[in-house]
Structure formats: C-alpha cells, structure tokens
Design a binder for this molecule. Structure first.
Ligand code: NAP
Ligand code: ZN
Ligand code: ZN
Length: 350
C-alpha cells in the first residue's frame, strides 16, 4: 500500500501535524497524481472546525488539487504520465442516478463521495474516510480527474478546482452574458473568481464588499463598481438595478437588504456556507418576484469547461504560495478576511 506524506488536522482546533496516509494501489481506471499545489478553501476550515457538524479527525483537507500524472491504470485512455491533472471537491459518485447521468455528479442522489471527510466502505484500503489534497499524492478514477490546460500554471490552476467552478457554474446556469448586471457579494477566494469570470462572460460586475479596502483590486479584476455594504448610500445607488447577485460570504449576514438591489425577476444565489440559517423576509421576495437559490460547485463536464474557458481567456486567481509550516497562520488570515485572494500550499514542503 503506498503511503504518502500529508498534513492532518488532529482535531477541530489543534494545529496541523505532519503525518502519512494510505493511498490505494491504482486500479485499471485510476490515475495517480503527484500533487504539486493545493489551494486553501474556506470550506476546509468550516469542515475541520466542526462548523458543519462533527468532522472525522485526524483529517487531511484540500479539494483544490493540481499536479502531474505519475502513473495510470491499464484501461485509462484520457491521461498519460506527465500530464497536468487536477481534482476538485469530489472523487466519485453513483454514476447511475439521473443527476450523475446528467453530468451533475455534485448532486448525486445516492451521495457524492467528497474528496475528504466522506466515509469509505468498510475495508477500503484508504481507510475509514477520504483524505484530501494537503498531501503528496492522490489516486482518482479518470472519470473524476480534470485535465489542466498546459497554459495554466499549476499553482494558479489549483483554486479553479473549487473557487473557479463554484462561481462559473451559477453564472452559466443563470445565463450571465453581455449586458447582465451581476453583483458579487464578498470578494475573497470565491468572490474574486466570480468577478473575473463574470467580466469575461461580458457582464457588468459590481462588487459588494464589507469595506472598500479591496476596491482597487476589484476594479483590476474586471468590476465596474465596488461598493461597501456598510455604507447606506450603496443601497440607494444600486436600488433595483441588478439581475443576479451571487453571495460568497462565509459569515452570517443580513441578506434582506441585499435583495432590495435586485430588479424584477432577479435572483440571489447563495454559495457561501455560514453556520447559521439564512433569515429572509417573505416580503423581500414577493416584491419584484425574486428568487433565492443555492449552488454547489459544478459537475465534472462543467469543471473541465471552466478550466478550458479560463485557459482561453487567460483567467487565473491571484494567489499567495505558502509552505506547509505556514498553513495554520494562513487559516487565521482567511478567517480574518485577510486573504489576497487564495493561499496555495506548495505541497513539496509537506
Ligand atoms: P473567503 O476567501 O474567506 O471569502 C469570504 C468573504 O466573505 C470574505 O473575503 C469577505 O468578503 C466576506 N466576509 C467574511 N466575513 C464577513 C463578515 N463578517 N461580514 C461580511 N462579509 C464577510 O472564503 P471562500 O473560500 O471564498 O469561501 C466563501 C464561502 O463559500 C465559505 O462559506 C465556503 O465554505 C463556501 N463555499 C461554498 C461552495 C459551494 O459550492 N457552494 C464552494 C466553496 C466554498 P469582503 O471582505 O469582500 O467583504
Ligand atoms: Zn472549496
Ligand atoms: Zn448519482
């Protein structure tokens, strides 16, 4: 059984420790990826810190994985040794339900197998639950492996596997294109990808941050306007002017005021996953026939489409590469909204 170096959270609030984890011998349809970089997503933090319920510790998080193929099983047809490959938030699904058949494996009706913290069948060679990308190697079925275009640097490609697809998917689903007026609420890892992708789709993008500290960056990423939700004038200026707002906020905030910015038939799509229930006034919805929706990452086909779109439009996240010893401090900075705009771990330092 191959054993690989990894960075594990021993419990909800303890610092990371170096450890080793088991990866399976590659089966005929498996791709072995030597991980080069792993992005730090706020979901890693919510999960490890039990904010979404008790997690399985010790836990190796990481679902923004980019690396180089080092071996392939005998039946693999789409990957070869040396290819750049990526893995996102899930590594398997039932492949038979209507959502899997529609290419929406993230909504598998029998349960998507997420890249980490998901129970494995008894006796699985990789242990009792899945372990993610803060590790040197991963073994994944080729059907759940993404091709990273050669023009994308591997460090900057990693965050596309979650932050990129989580914004690309709703922007496409809600039909964003030239002329659409899009608001991006919160400009962290997800939000800044939303600005870049929505601008590349031709939309007019407004960022709604909780301060103006990142205004210049937002404009550079492609936004037309950057306004603060702490300033009452923002709500007057943007009243009933936006078609779609995507909320990427990781904290509990009042969304009712934000609904006042949507015009007739507008939609607020929530992708942020704070702990508490969302509280929305029915009156805020009935006025202007508004919709409130959610969206979870994206399927394999759409994730590949997003990677190819980013390569074609030269879109990459703004990243800060850190080594393994810097992960605890980086997490503190993410929680403090002090991230510009995605930390990426140089996995060779684990
Ligand atoms: P992040 O980099 O920490 O960004 C979150 C942003 O939320 C911050 O940059 C900040 O934006 C805003 N924010 C934070 N605290 C706030 C507060 N107290 N009041 C107002 N705004 C606040 O996190 P991320 O990695 O982008 O993830 C964002 C959320 O999406 C997380 O909850 C994560 O779990 C979730 N997520 C969901 C999916 C999905 O598929 N649905 C996928 C990945 C992640 P400003 O400073 O610009 O205001
Ligand atoms: Zn994520
Ligand atoms: Zn399924």
């Amino acid at each position: 059984m191959p054993t690989v170096a990894a960075l594990a959270a021993p419990s909800a609030h303890a610092p990371f420790e170096r450890t080793t984890i088991a990866r399976r011998e590659p089966g005929p349809r498996d791709v072995v990826i030597d991980i080069a970089f792993a992005g730090i997503c706020h979901s890693d933090i919510h999960t490890v810190r039990d904010e979404w319920g008790a997690a399985h510790h010790p836990l190796v998080p990481g679902h923004e994985i980019a690396g180089v193929v080092s071996a392939v099983g005998g039946e693999v047809t789409r990957f070869a040794v040396g290819d750049h490959a990526g893995v996102g938030c899930f590594v398997d699904s039932c492949r038979e339900c209507e959502n899997c058949l529609a290419g929406e494996e993230q909504y598998c009706l029998r349960g998507t197998r997420y890249t980490y913290n998901t129970p494995l069948p008894e006796g699985d060679p990789e242990g009792a639950w899945t372990q993610g990308g803060y590790s040197r190697q991963i073994v994944v079925d080729e059907d759940y492996t993404l091709r990273i275009p050669d023009s994308l640097p591997l460090d900057a490609a990693a965050p596309l596997l979650c932050a990129g697809i989580t914004l690309y998917s709703p922007l496409k689903h809600w039909g964003v294109g030239p002329g659409t007026k899009v608001g991006i609420l919160g400009m962290g890892g997800l939000g800044h990808m939303g600005v870049k992708i929505a601008a590349a789709l031709g939309a007019e993008v407004t960022v709604l941050g909780h301060s103006l500290a990142k205004r210049d960056d937002g404009i550079r990423f492609g936004a037309t306007r950057y306004l603060a939700t702490t300033d009452p004038a923002t709500f007057r200026e943007l009243h009933r002017s936006l078609d779609l707002i995507v909320s990427t906020v990781s904290a509990d905030i009042d969304l009712n005021r934000v609904l006042g910015l949507l015009r007739l038939d507008g939609a607020l799509v929530n992708v942020g996953l704070p702990e508490k229930l969302l509280s929305i006034s029915p009156f805020a919805l009935t006025d202007q026939r508004l919709s409130v929706a959610g969206s979870n990452i994206g399927g394999i086909r759409e994730t590949q489409e997003m990677l190819d779109f980013c390569a074609e439009h030269d879109i990459t996240p703004q990243i800060e590469v850190i080594d393994a010893d810097g992960v605890d401090a980086a997490w503190d900075r993410v929680v403090a909204s002090d991230v510009r705009y995605r930390f990426v771990i140089d996995v060779a330092t684990i």
